[in-house]
Design a protein around this ligand. Structure first.
Ligand code: ADP
Length: 453
């Protein structure tokens, strides 16, 4: 583009000024020739002597050559020494012939550092052509002006081209260096080195890309850490009951004389451990399901109905533990969420409230609107959780007191599932100890758009 512009910048002004010069030459020389012709038109016949007299009165300072021919094209006046050579030699390209036929002829060209212009017009007397006037001008001053314009333009163009080339090369080098560093970073992250970061601090688009890639790497590093912790926690959680099962079954096999009652006890324990394994694997499955495609779908759900269903499923457990279940559910508390996630949240919270309650205790589920949000509260009358441990109970595999919790069936994944499900559906969850004893879990969801006041 720059090259195109430079070529145009070099050619167009020179051509334009040359054309303008030719135009002005044409008009001034035609004027002068007309002046000669009209002076000569007073003569009836163009003869050397009379023509010489008339022409001597004229100013032909600027002109290199002036000659006049008669009707037959014979030169009757020539201001240079070259006379009587015949019209053909003096007027090349038949300009005199054209003029004698009644035409005004003008030719101009820029060549060899000079503008040479020729004009030839007929001399008329009483309506008929009696000869022709031929003027020739050889102008080096104007040609020098055009030449200096051309040279200056060329100089400016060369400097501009060199500058553009230099800036282009420099910019190209800088951009390619930064692009290469970004690529190296991305390749490193792609190869699993999540601690790789791009050091580009630019404030342009490349800098923005680097920042985004670094954020992505942060997230990947975080996820990778979580994955590793999860795998190690999960395998530890699976290993414990497996080790107990192996130990118990080995004891039975190696101890021939074991009494029936002890064998029964051991087999019962094996059964309990197997149940624990089944629970952990089922909860793990639940966690992975959370990210499935089906769980991505959201719809407007009446939270009260979901709470009723979940509580119905826990009635048997509540009766077994001698815990009273009660609820106060406001109607039409609609939230936009995945119904399976909502069921899982309420089920896990109410199940815990029953499990960690005391015999004869109570569980209350409340549902109400607060501004543009829907609040779900699960209260119990159990022992609660020591305040310093409250922040950990949502962690995967965390159980407050293994000895105490161990009496209750659990995997330490129930609340982690609750937290993931709540966050995924745009809500928040908080746990606290109630002043009157027991725990309170409070879940808040934004009310569905159509359900807002
Ligand atoms: P678990 O399968 O052990 O119940 P959770 O993730 O559901 O796992 O809960 C984690 C821990 O938090 C439990 O082991 C328990 O110690 C404590 N916890 C949860 N809910 C309650 C509650 N309502 N009252 C007292 N402690 C609770």
């Amino acid at each position: 583009m720059i090259l195109g512009c430079l070529i145009a910048m070099n050619v167009l002004p020179v051509v334009k000024s040359r054309d303008l010069l030719f135009e002005s030459k044409c008009s001034s020389m035609l004027n002068q020739a007309s002046l000669y012709a009209s002076s000569l038109s007073t003569l009836n016949v163009l003869q050397a002597e009379e023509v010489g007299k008339v022409m001597n009165l004229m100013d032909d300072q600027r002109l290199s050559r002036v000659f006049v021919t008669d009707r037959e094209g014979r030169v009757v006046y020539d201001n240079t020494a070259l006379q009587d050579d015949g019209a053909e030699n003096l007027a090349p390209e038949g300009e005199v012939e054209l003029a004698l036929e009644g035409n005004n002829v003008f030719r101009s060209e820029l060549k060899a550092g000079a503008v040479s212009s020729r004009v030839c017009i007929p001399v008329m007397s009483r309506g008929s052509i009696i000869g022709a006037v031929y003027l020739y001008e050889y102008d080096t001053a104007q040609a020098a002006l055009i030449e200096s314009l051309r040279r200056n333009l060329l100089r400016i163009s060369l400097v501009t081209a060199a500058g553009a080339l230099l800036v282009g090369l420099l910019l190209g080098y800088l951009i390619s260096r930064r692009t290469r560093s970004i690529l190296t970073g991305i390749r490193g992250i792609g190869a699993g080195r999540y601690d790789t970061r791009i050091s580009d601090r630019g404030v342009d688009e490349l800098g923005e890309i680097s920042g985004e890639v670094n954020l992505l790497a942060d997230r990947l590093q975080q996820i990778e850490g979580m994955r590793q912790r999860f795998v190690s926690d999960a395998s530890h959680e699976l290993k414990t009951p497996l080790a107990a099962i192996t130990l118990l079954s080995d004891s039975i096999v190696q101890n021939d004389g074991m009494d029936k009652a002890t064998v029964r006890e051991f087999v019962y324990d094996i059964g309990r451990e197997a149940e624990r394994l089944a629970r952990v694997t089922q909860q793990l499955q639940e966690l992975t399901k959370m990210n499935s495609k089906a769980r991505e779908l959201r719809e407007d759900v009446d939270l009260g109905k979901v709470a009723e269903e979940a509580m119905k499923m826990l009635l048997t457990l509540a009766e077994r533990k001698d815990v009273a279940l009660s609820s106060n559910l406001t109607e039409k508390c609609i939230v936009r969420a995945n119904p399976d996630d909502l069921h899982q949240i309420i089920f896990n919270l109410v199940e815990n409230a029953i499990k960690y309650n005391v015999s004869g205790g109570k569980v209350t589920v409340l549902l109400y609107r607060l501004g543009d949000s829907v609040q779900l509260v699960v209260d119990d009358t159990g022992e609660g959780v020591p305040p310093e441990k409250l922040s950990s109970i949502f962690d995967r595999f965390y159980r407050v007191d293994e000895a105490r919790s161990g009496e209750q069936s659990g995997s330490g994944l129930g609340l982690a599932i609750v937290r993931d499900a709540v966050l995924k559906n745009g809500g928040t969850v908080e746990a606290s100890n109630r002043r009157e004893g027991g725990m309170r879990f409070q879940v808040s969801f934004p009310a569905a758009e159509k359900n807002r006041k």
